[in-house]
Design a protein around this ligand. Structure first.
Ligand code: FAD
Length: 460
């Protein structure tokens, strides 16, 4: 069907950021701090993406794999520090792996950031308001405008109808690469052998947990990767409950008795397909009900817990990966490969929740990643389209490499780099791919970002 109509056109901004998760929030703030006029579009009525709407947490490590060096700094550190000063977070330098805040896991779980999602909403909003970022909430990007291979703006749908938002540079922080895909940029979807993606998960929180009893259980069963493993195995073998995965992944929050639960799991869902997402919401909400029955019946410390809340949306771990000027690979992460155009460093390892089985979470057979690895600017620059930058979950990486850099601290770092580059590009009238790397790097370092110890050694 061909559908035509006139659409109102808003004023042009220097930088238009789509999506306000960790990457979009930091992209918008960084672009504004670098002198650009910035509009931030978000489909929900509040900011934060998975930090808030997804109830996802804690922020995984912002440190090296061994927990010794803080790698992600800049706006992420400012965000964590501001949440902490409001009593809504613990700075990652104060947490250690193997403890309740890290879900009792050690590998990859040093120096996590537990935080309160309501505090995240406030700090995210404060940062944007302070930097005079124009917020357009309740607005969903439905199309991308392209002229001569260059993005000139997007079309959003909201209560006011359809609106065109023109911009010099657009930063796609939708997680799903919606802007890039609607602009017909090249992308990949899922793992190479069959296109399958990681499962989707609806986070929820439980209150009135007896924390001491959970700790006591963990002391009695120190070798279990997740707490309650043998109880879950027993339930599986009896067949008395329909449990979505082997193990219960629980993360203690700042509030006594309140834990986040990362345990629902729906396989085979395309997170860019609204019908499949709708079905997954129903499945996952039924899983929450069944898990609560299991918790009450079987889990020490959770006998009297109550469902505090479920996320506003099911969480999607993986969809489109836009093909950029460079595709980050697993080998880059294993070797800790160094890049001349490094814009961020991270230490979180590959974390693939199996796309095809209920076992997990770490993909067996993938060796440990380097203690620190680097992310180059070219992963943020789409190969086939101009005036567009990427950040967060939709950047240019393989299925395996994305499974490491997708977590929230690196997403903040990539967002800060994209926002800064977008402001530099719009100011100097060049394409993002032609931004001076040395100027971008100098500006990011001046803002407090870090590129890790290897960069420092090379430039000592
Ligand atoms: C189940 C699950 C568990 C996870 N566990 C952890 C964890 O414990 N710790 C951790 O650090 N990371 C975790 N992650 C990873 C992490 O949450 C994400 O990869 C990260 O949030 C990516 O940041 P982002 O900014 O790219 O995307 P998001 O946080 O997804 O933000 C994208 C934003 O864009 C908006 N948006 C999307 N499309 C449109 C559109 N078309 N128009 C307008 N707005 C749009 C969304 O509403 C959202 O606000 C988990 C992810 C999932 C799904």
């Amino acid at each position: 069907m061909l559908y035509q109509r006139d659409i109102p056109v808003e004023s042009e901004t220097d930088v238009l950021v789509i999506g306000s998760g960790p990457s979009g929030l930091s992209a918008a703030v960084a672009a504004a701090r670098n002198g650009a006029s910035v509009r931030l579009v978000e489909r929900f009525g509040f900011l934060g993406g998975n930090l808030t709407a997804g109830l996802v947490g804690p922020c995984m490590t912002s440190f090296s794999l061994d927990g010794s060096i803080q790698l992600v700094r800049g706006i992420f550190d400012e965000f964590a520090t501001r949440m902490e000063s409001l009593g809504g977070a613990v700075h990652p330098s104060k947490t250690i792996g193997g403890t309740p805040y890290s879900g009792f896991m050690k590998y990859g779980h040093e120096a996590v950031t537990p935080f309160d999602p309501e505090t995240a909403k406030i700090v995210a909003m404060d940062l944007c308001v302070e930097e005079e970022v124009e917020l357009l909430l309740h607005s969903f990007v439905v199309d991308t405008l392209i002229e001569n291979g260059e993005v000139t703006g997007v079309v959003v749908a909201n209560k006011s109808g359809l609106i065109v938002l023109p911009a010099k540079i657009v930063v796609d922080c939708t997680g799903d690469g919606d802007v890039a895909a609607r602009g017909e940029a090249k992308f990949e979807h899922g793992r190479v052998k069959d296109g399958a993606t990681q499962p989707v998960t609806l986070f929820f929180r439980v209150a009135d947990v007896d924390d001491a009893k959970v700790d006591e259980y963990k002391r009695d069963y120190p070798d279990e990767n997740f707490p309650f493993e043998h109880i879950v195995e027993q339930a599986h073998s009896e067949g008395s409950y329909t449990l979505p995965r082997r193990g219960v992944q629980l993360f203690k929050t700042l509030e006594p008795g309140v834990w986040r639960v990362n345990t629902t799991r729906v396989l085979g869902v395309d997170g860019t397909n609204a019908k499949e997402l709708s079905e997954a919401e129903v499945t996952a909400r039924n899983q929450v009900r069944e898990l609560m029955r299991f918790f009450h019946d079987r889990l020490p410390g959770l006998e009297n817990c109550r469902l505090l809340d479920t996320a506003a949306t099911i969480g999607v771990r993986e969809t489109r990966r836009v093909v950029g000027e460079y595709v980050l690979t697993l080998d880059d992460l294993l070797q800790g490969r160094q890049f001349d155009d490094v814009i961020a460093a991270a230490g979180y390892p590959v974390d693939i929740h199996s796309p095809s089985s209920t076992d997990g979470p770490f993909d067996e057979g993938i060796p440990p990643t380097a203690n620190t690895y680097e992310i180059p600017y070219r992963c943020l620059v789409p190969e086939s389209i101009d005036s567009l930058l990427l950040a967060g979950r939709c950047v240019s990486a393989t299925h395996e490499a994305l499974a490491a850099i997708r977590v929230m601290p690196p997403s903040f770092a990539m967002g800060e780099a994209s926002g800064t580059a977008a402001a530099l590009a719009s100011k100097s009238g060049v394409q993002p791919r032609d931004v001076s790397i040395s100027v971008l790097q100098a500006q990011l370092l001046k803002q407090g970002a870090s590129f890790g110890p290897n960069y420092e050694l090379r430039n000592a």
